[in-house]
Write a protein of this length. Structure first.
Length: 229
């Protein structure tokens, strides 16, 4: 009897590790860094640490028309014709950034006795550490898979949507940067459109992949350009 019990003691942890590895790998394949959370976002390009979780939240909200919080393009100029030999850098900024109009996300704090602010991640004095089996469970369990999408978005993120009169959403880019330069594949797609291209930018202010109160999303001023043959 000791032989089967010994083998079972080794088999159960091994199966747990294999199951957790499969869950973790599946979660990693779903988000962040260029991946998407579903077929409807499969074409989106992610840059600057933008995540599909934040994009899901942005797309589920209705954009607000706030001129101070919307984006304005620095390049290209509206109506410009761009040479087709090399992809340009598209640059934009928040219209009211100079006035400091953007609301800022504040970290969640709790109050300790006496009114002092305490970081919620700090350990309580005298608190017992997690037993080894609990830490192992956190490593192998669903919580690990839920964090596999990468670092959450904190701050502004921007959704660029390139469209033509005949095709809306020809190219979509979700980024935390105030510029975008198409790679070769994206530039070929835009060049092949054969029509004027309009770029709309929608932005929002995030904290841990969630839009903060008063943080948008905000619609920007679009720009239209053509690409020379």
């Amino acid at each position: 009897m000791r032989g089967p019990r010994w083998r079972r003691a080794l088999l159960v942890p091994a199966l747990a590790v294999l199951a957790s590895t499969a869950m973790y790998a599946g979660a990693c394949s779903d988000g962040g860094g260029g991946a998407s959370s579903g077929p409807e976002l499969a074409d989106v390009i992610y840059e600057g640490g933008a995540t599909d979780e934040a994009l899901d939240v942005l797309l589920a909200a209705t954009p607000k028309d706030d001129p101070a919080q919307g984006t304005v393009f620095d390049a290209p100029e509206d109506g410009a014709t761009l040479p087709g030999d090399a992809p340009p850098e598209l640059r934009f900024h928040i219209a009211g950034a100079a006035q400091g109009a953007a609301p800022r996300a504040a970290p969640a704090l709790r109050r300790a006795a006496g009114g002092a602010a305490v970081d919620p991640r700090a350990r309580e004095p005298g608190a017992a550490t997690s037993p080894a089996w609990a830490e192992l469970g956190a490593l192998l369990g669903p919580a690990r898979a839920a964090q596999a999408h990468g670092t959450p978005v904190n701050g502004r993120a921007y959704l660029l949507v390139f469209s033509t009169p005949g095709r809306e959403g020809l190219l979509r880019v979700f980024t935390t940067r105030l510029s975008y330069t198409p790679d070769a594949a994206a530039w070929d797609k835009l060049r092949a459109a054969g029509a004027p291209i309009t770029v709309d930018v929608t932005n929002a202010i995030f904290e841990n992949n969630r839009i903060v109160q008063g943080g948008g999303p905000f619609a920007g001023e679009p720009v239209t350009f053509s690409i020379a043959p």
